[in-house]
Design a protein around this ligand. Sequence first.
Ligand code: SF4
Ligand code: SF4
Length: 464
Amino acid sequence: MLAVTYPELNQPVMGQQPEQAPPAFHLLAKPTGAACNLDCAYCFFLEKEVFYPGSKFRMSELVLEQYIRQLIESHQTKSVNIAWQGGEPTLMGLGFYRRTIDLVEKYRRPGMTFLHTMQTNGTLLDDEWGEFFAQHNFLIGISIDGPQPLHDIYRVDKGGGPTFDKVMRGLRVLQKHGVDFNVLTTVNRVNADFPLEVYRFLRDEAGATWMQFIPVVERINADGLTLYQQGTSVSERSVLPQQFGRFLCTIFDEWVRHDAGTIFVQTFEATLRNWLGLGASGMCVFNETCGAGLAIEHNGDLYSCDHFVEPDFLLGNIQKRHMIELVSSPAQIKFGQDKRDTLPEYCRECDVRFACHGECPKNRFILTPDGEPDLNYLCAGFKEFFHHVAFPMKIMAGLIRRGRDAKEVMPALERIFADVPRNDPCPCGSGRKYKQCHGRAPARPELMAMPESQARSKLARNGA
Ligand code: SF4
Ligand code: SF4
């Protein structure tokens, strides 16, 4: 690595990047730190307030300008992603983001393009936000956990009240102004039992064409909190491994028969990319190594990853060291390579390792059947999912390699699965009966309109 220093942090550094510097990377900025107007029960970030005692949790003008300038300087690519998250980033107010646009104009190099993204709970959006997002081509991620009874179980306001109506109002603002949006659904112990209800709601009522499903895995620390990625037990809100596998399999079966090519589910897209052997899946968790998705706090502190905003993973502060030095530091490179280098043998010999790669290190805290540490808590679910989708994935990968459209998988599967007797072996070759494999009965559509009281009693049964 070159010995590079930045004595004048206000001087551009193009052409001076450290040897190990990645040409591009992804940085989630948290301008309000952990501050949020909601109080979602499973939020892993609200507790992080303790790392900044006395802070007002607002990114200052000085930090904002250094952040934008260094982000642009650090990129060797023409395109740069400027990503806002929280806490709740809209609490900064529109003026903050208008200033961001001005700063991008001030520091951009000729020919550069910018993708502005924001992950928000959507509750504070109004027409002014909608117009601004549309004008600057923002891509907005809306956090929503499914239809109202499922969403309102955990996604509540500071008084414990429901938020579903406010989120939907925000989502309609985005649609009214033609803003690109996707939905981020956290999969927890309750909504995981209702995969089709969640998926069909997002597709048919929310009108989403891009979906992310993120498993809730909250590790309980020795003091009972969930502040650190430590501990081997999980909260009662955390999704169960097999439950998560079934959730993904059920949605996949609906998607692959009806929606391939029109609805995009991030996990399925990443899986297909790995089946094609493209090298990068598009999701850090399913890549061999990681480390190119960092997080920056409101005061300029840069952390290895959004899920590791804790002192041991603090790389430094961009007001003291240039961002690109921190991004390409030995500590960060080791962080990313450890994803591969610390895999237990059980994973190294796994037949779906090429698709899973042990998923995220934050979830690796159980023992393998041989007693080796660091197996992923969700392993059983991932194994089920990747085996279940293998047959359609092979078909889609084959279609793409022949220059055809992957959505041709839908009529192909219809032909293959037509008239298979339920007790016959599944044509996918799994060795299981058709009725226990790809002919498994779909989930219960009558639960689409599950009343909140039922959802809450189910929650109580689960001990949450
Ligand atoms: S630790 Fe997990 S979430 Fe963070 S970059 Fe690595 S794989 Fe992604
Ligand atoms: S499915 Fe399980 S064993 Fe296989 S790579 Fe993933 S976590 Fe490891």
